[in-house]
Design a protein around this ligand. Structure first.
Ligand SMILES: [Zn+2]
Length: 130
């Protein structure tokens, strides 16, 4: 199957069948971020257990690129330690999606930003073991 329009097959797979959509009840950390360009809003909630991200979900009012990159971000982040998760970069997300039309790159940066905010929120709550 070929990609849809300018989107890669990977992007369409994550867009049509995202695995991490939703919201976690009583999350340990929440991060919300938006961009003005296409009005994407992304909210990430996560659970932390033994310093690892045990569960992570996202909710978005976003475009195809925002949904696909958020789903990949969750896939990458789940099971990682807080320190590892902090290092997840936009480039990594795009690589995982086999490329992103450059006009849509601003959408893919949402995920990494929201995750950083959620982690910060978690750390500010004082749940951190450190
Ligand atoms: Zn967008």
């Amino acid at each position: 199957m070929k990609g849809f329009g300018n989107y890669s097959k990977e992007i369409m797979r994550h867009f049509t069948d995202p695995k991490f959509v939703g919201e976690i009840k009583n999350p340990d950390g929440v991060g919300e971020i938006g961009n003005m360009k296409c009005g994407d809003v992304l909210r990430i909630s996560l659970k932390v257990k033994n310093d690892k991200i045990s569960n992570i979900k996202f909710k978005t009012f976003g475009c195809v690129a925002a949904i696909a990159s958020s789903d990949v971000l969750c896939e990458l982040a789940k099971g990682k330690t807080i320190e590892e998760a902090k290092k997840i970069s936009n480039a990594e997300i795009i690589k995982e999606l086999k490329g992103m039309p450059s006009i849509k790159e601003h959408c893919s940066v949402l995920g990494a930003g929201a995750l950083k905010k959620a982690i910060k929120n978690y750390e500010e709550k004082g749940n951190s073991n450190s």
